[in-house]
Design a binder for this molecule. Structure first.
Ligand code: GLY
Length: 570
């Protein structure tokens, strides 16, 4: 009964869904989650019910996809703090209805005082505790400047306060924790206790319960500052002073100068063709777009459809393509502002063919050595997709890196800070938290952006928007985006089928296919083993969101059943 009352309130706040939907929530679910909708005009898919409904409400007020994206980015910080953020960063890809594509890099930067050897111990070994937990792990946050820049360039509403106000309200009034949110907060409590210098509701609370209302009073004040003062509300004033004071208390190195200097950056998207499709994604400092294009180039000469979805042949081929792309990632990719990444060459079709010369359809290739990295589950980043009623599309992947980032909450503000510094190569050849290794291209330098795997993607066909997609999942982001794009382009799946289909992953090192259980049948597993592939079954891979624009102009949107994700629209 209490739940019904809560839904009634949310419905009044956000308006009821008018589009066709498949609601898939278990009886004890806190929210009525739509996993698949067909919307006539506009759609939003995010990792949380409350954020999706905020996005929809902005679209209904006449905001465009960028307006809705700004409101969603902030709302996710409040209602999905494990990865939604203002203490982290992200990438936005925006396609205007006319076909122009823009990408915004609001990735964190290394602080001015950062050094290449800052995570090495006295023996010269990388101390990953320091790059993953606590104040030294934090990069200079980019999300607020990113949203301000997106607003200045593309907002249709031209009403900043309306975009920020939902976050003030949700933080003040609270939102109900889902079962997985309550469980993960409880699980992370010992780390919150370890990393924090000031009392806060996450270190100090008793166990969180499913359905409990999470009110964040300090964070509401931060959002009032951002609402009233824009960029200055975060990078200046009492919020910036609080961040710097937190750094001093915890031996972190971010200064007021770091905050004042931070600027998000508009970059050229990377783009490539696959059959009749044109695929746009994020350029470095993300590795995702380059690898996605490179892998599609490598696949173009083969007939995946003919091989069959998740057949031995297709899994072997995709694995070999992923292996080769990730080997290139480790050596060549880093922030192009600091390192001459051979971008064009890496995405060139002749180069892709050359990379596949040694592909043996009957035998697994050998990665040079097997690394020790262990892949983690996928909640540490988040993705959302939005298409508005004019056909403008936004694809954003945003992150604190690990779940709740560095676990540091800025005293008196409720802001979670990222641990993005772990995405640099702390030492050549040493795996980071995703088992990824790097080299010179991704070494730590002041003001450099750490290499990312985030792959927000938009696909068009014959000059028309056809698909918006992306996912969290660390290194598996890139291979999941590849596979879901192929599910649509090659295997003809609709949004829901493409998103919910099982996935597998290979990243060169460690030399193993990690796979969701249902992706590989017992017969295929046997055949892959006999070809020399080691396969390890793991938990869920990613939390994919996708919107497909149908030929009649309607939108087919899907939210991943692997999480509490929710599609909304009208
Ligand atoms: N922090 C995860 C990524 O950017 O790839």
């Amino acid at each position: 009964m209490k739940n019904l009352f809560y839904f009634a309130c949310l419905s009044l706040l956000f308006g009821l869904n008018s589009c066709k939907s498949i609601t898939q929530s278990s009886p004890e679910s806190i929210y009525p989650l739509n996993k698949s909708i067909q919307a006539k005009n506009a759609a939003v898919v995010t990792a949380h019910y409350v954020a999706s409904e905020v996005g929809k409400s902005i679209l209904e007020k006449g905001g465009n996809a960028v307006d809705a994206a700004i409101a969603v980015q902030f709302a996710l910080d409040v209602c999905f703090p494990v990865a939604g953020n203002i203490g982290g960063g992200g990438f936005m890809i925006y396609r205007e209805n006319g076909g122009a594509v823009y990408t915004l890099d609001y990735r964190e930067k290394a602080p001015l005082a950062a050094t290449a050897d800052m995570y090495l111990d006295e023996n010269g070994d990388a101390d990953l505790n320091k790059s993953q937990l606590g104040h030294l792990a934090v990069g200079v946050p980019g999300s607020v400047d990113g949203m301000v820049q997106a607003y200045k360039r593309f907002s249709k509403l031209k009403d900043w306060k309306t975009l920020v106000q939902p976050s003030v309200d949700i933080a003040k009034k609270g939102f109900k924790l889902t079962a997985s949110q309550a469980a993960y907060l409880n699980e992370t409590k010992p780390k919150f206790e370890k990393a924090n210098t000031r009392p806060n509701q996450f270190s100090d609370s008793k166990r969180f319960k499913t359905g409990e209302l999470l009110v964040q009073k300090d964070l509401a004040r931060v959002y009032e500052a951002i609402r009233d003062n824009g960029r200055e509300g975060f990078y200046g004033g009492w919020v910036a002073d609080s961040i710097v004071a937190e750094m001093k208390r915890g031996n972190g190195i971010i200064t007021l100068e770091d905050l004042e200097k931070y600027q998000a950056k508009w970059r050229e998207p990377v783009a490539g063709y696959y059959d009749d499709y044109k695929v746009y994604s994020m350029a470095p400092p993300s590795s995702g777009g380059v690898l996605l294009i490179q892998m599609l180039e490598m696949l173009e000469d083969y007939d995946l459809k003919d091989m069959g979805f998740h057949s031995t042949e297709s899994i072997h081929l995709i694995t070999e393509v992923e292996r080769r792309a990730f080997a290139d990632r480790a050596k060549h990719l880093g922030d192009t502002d600091f390192y001459p990444v051979p971008l064009k060459e890496m995405m060139d079709s002749l180069y892709a063919r050359k990379r596949m010369i040694d592909f043996d359809p009957k035998q697994a290739s050998l990665s040079s050595q097997i690394g020790a990295g262990e892949l983690k589950e996928s909640e540490q980043t988040t993705h959302f997709c939005i298409v508005d009623n004019e056909g403008n599309a936004v694809s954003i992947t945003t992150t604190l890196n690990g779940g709740y980032g560095s676990k540091v909450i800025v005293g008196g503000t409720g802001i979670f800070l990222n641990n993005e510094m772990d995405d640099f190569s702390a030492k050549p050849g040493t795996p980071n938290m995703f088992g990824l290794i790097g080299a010179e291209a991704n070494k730590i330098e002041p003001e450099k952006r750490m290499l990312s795997s985030m792959t927000p993607t938009i696909i068009e066909k014959n000059g028309e928007l056809v698909m918006v997609l992306g996912t969290p999942g660390g290194s598996t982001i890139i291979t999941s985006v590849l596979q879901v794009a192929l599910n649509y382009m090659e295997f003809g799946m609709d949004a829901n089928e493409a998103v919910q289909a099982s996935r597998f992953h290979h990243q060169w090192l460690p030399n193993v296919i990690t796979s969701e259980k249902s992706a590989i049948s017992p017969e295929v597993l046997k055949e892959l083993n006999s070809m020399g592939h080691e396969v390890v079954i793991r938990g869920k891979i990613g939390r994919m969101e996708a919107i497909i624009k149908m030929q009649d102009g309607s939108l087919d949107a899907a939210a991943d059943t692997r999480g509490d994700d929710h599609a909304s629209g009208y």
